[in-house]
Structure formats: C-alpha cells, structure tokens
Design a protein around this ligand. Structure first.
Ligand code: SAM
Length: 275
C-alpha cells in the first residue's frame, strides 16, 4: 500500500477480542496516519504497541466539546487522521457519528476500512435468518422502557440484533419471554475469544441455562423474526373446544393440526381429555 496517505478521515475497524483479526490494511493505515482519534488512549495504546505504531493518540467521543471536534476536523482537512473505537467498528454503538457527519458537511474525504463487528459476527453464527436483520443497539436497562422497545419491534419481519451485558442478560431474556413469546433466540458470547459460544434456544431454555451458568463477558443477543403465526397448546385447546361441539376427537384434532401446524397426536390426546 502507498504509505503517503492523503488528508481525510480513515474509519478503522479493530479486533473485538482476538488481535489476529486486525486487517492488513487497518495495520498499514494506523502506521501511516498523522494521528489516531480514539475513545480511550490506554486501550488504543495497547493495540498500537502490538502493531509497533507510535502515532499520536487524540481522545475523542461524540460528547467532546465543539472546540475539540473543530481541532480534529481542522487536522483531518490537512492530514490523514484515523478514527478507531475501543473494539470493533467505530459508530456501531460507538462514537463517531457526529464527527463523520460534520466531516461530510465540510467536504473532508472519508473512507472506512471494514473489519470486525460483533453484531455481524453474531448474526452469521446464530442460525437465525440473515437475509434481513435490524440492529437495535443496547436494550434499555429499565423494565418499562425495555418492554416498550420490545413491543415496538415485535412486528418487524427481521432478525433483531442487540448488544447486551452479562449482568443484564437474564432480565432481557425474561422480557423477551414476556413480550415476544414463542420466538427463537440466540446468545453469542465472547466472540473471537477463548470462551466463544453461540447458544440458540427459546427464551425459557436460555433463562434455565444462564441461571445455572451465570454468563460472563460480552454478549450479542438475537431474536428470530415473527413466524407467520405461532400457536401454543393454549390456543389449540380453545380451538379444540369449539370443534368438539360438533366433531369427534379425531376429526377435531386433524382440523386443528391443519390450522396450527401443531402435532396431531398431541392434539388428539388433548381432545380426548377435553371430551
Ligand atoms: N463497535 C463494536 C462492534 O463493532 O461490535 C461494539 C461496541 S459496543 C460499545 C460493545 C458491545 O458490543 C458489548 O457490550 C457487546 O454487546 C458487543 N461486543 C463487543 N465485543 C464482543 C465480543 N467479543 N463478543 C460478543 N459481543 C461483543
């Protein structure tokens, strides 16, 4: 790669756990820029040390004051400046949005070097539909707000992807069981690290597992899209009661199995108990 980079903003994705995931282009760019804007100079300092880079580090987040952002924008108008976050892709639940927006308004050249992103890695591992997904950041920590967000997203015909923390996982799974019953869920944890896992299941399965094995580390929580319509045995019982008014148990079970996709033998057993 040409080491003389032109002035502008270089958005650089960095590893989410495994340092081997830095791309060749990311490493070359971090060595070639005039300065690196980062969330935490200690975290990025370690990565730079690993890469043998001695570039100047400038602390930046979207809450930085106007004067600090102005200085950074003036620098990138004259020199190449990288933006990194503590881990993964900047701007994805990380700082950078305001900087990119203002750089774009000023006609500063911007490019983005793709690389690790926990949300994308989670969706590829989960076994949930990947043709359409909606990344929704972190769920709120307060119960009412969390329920409101889940209610708002319940009908979206896409896999939902959230970032999550270990201490909050069980509360979030409980809220999913309550607000989006019957949905498939997957928990992807410690991605690219030694104890990486991806565990699919119902919210109830996952609550049982993580109650017995309290989770640690970083987590991506995913919820499969709504089925066309999902029926529980409770729904089926109500339908069977109606059918049994005028049909035999076997006919009622066959009819309800067809309408709901539930198991005919189980429905027949239920119909016999209801008679
Ligand atoms: N920008 C980052 C990215 O591209 O993935 C995400 C930054 S966000 C502040 C941090 C959250 O990302 C964590 O709380 C966790 O939900 C998720 N995350 C980051 N690294 C992860 C990993 N190795 N395994 C699972 N989730 C991770």
């Amino acid at each position: 790669m040409d080491q003389r980079l032109s002035p502008g903003l270089y958005i650089v994705a960095t590893p989410i756990g495994n340092l081997g995931d830095i791309t060749l282009r990311a490493a070359e760019t971090l060595r070639a820029v005039a300065a690196v804007a980062c969330e935490d100079t200690r975290v990025t300092g370690k990565l730079m040390q690993h890469l043998g880079c001695k570039q100047r580090l400038i602390r930046y987040d979207d809450h930085a004051d106007e004067a600090a952002r102005e200085r950074l924008l003036a620098l990138m108008a004259a020199e190449p400046v990288a933006l990194v976050s503590d881990a993964g892709t900047p701007l994805i639940s990380d700082p950078g949005y305001r900087l990119v927006r203002e750089a774009r308004e000023r006609g500063i050249a911007i490019t983005s070097l793709p690389g690790p992103c926990a949300a994308v890695m989670g969706i590829t591992l989960s076994g949930l539909p990947s043709d359409r997904f909606l990344f929704a950041g972190f769920l709120p920590s307060k119960e009412k707000a969390r329920g409101d967000v889940l209610g708002e997203l319940a009908g979206v015909p896409a896999t939902l992807v959230f970032y999550e923390t270990a201490p909050r996982l069980l509360d979030s799974l409980g809220a999913i069981a309550q607000h989006l019953p019957g949905r498939e869920v997957a928990v992807a944890r410690e991605l690219t690290k030694m104890f990486e896992e991806c565990r699919p299941g119902t919210p109830q399965d996952l609550i049982a597992h993580y109650t017995a094995h309290p989770p640690r580390g970083e987590i991506v929580l995913m919820i499969g899209p709504p089925q066309a319509q999902t029926f529980t045995m409770g729904d089926a019982e109500a339908m069977l009661r109606e059918e049994l008014v005028h049909a035999k148990a076997s006919q009622a079970a066959a009819s309800v199995a067809k309408r709901t996709g539930l198991d005919r033998k189980e429905l027949y057993a239920l119909a016999m108990r209801l008679k």
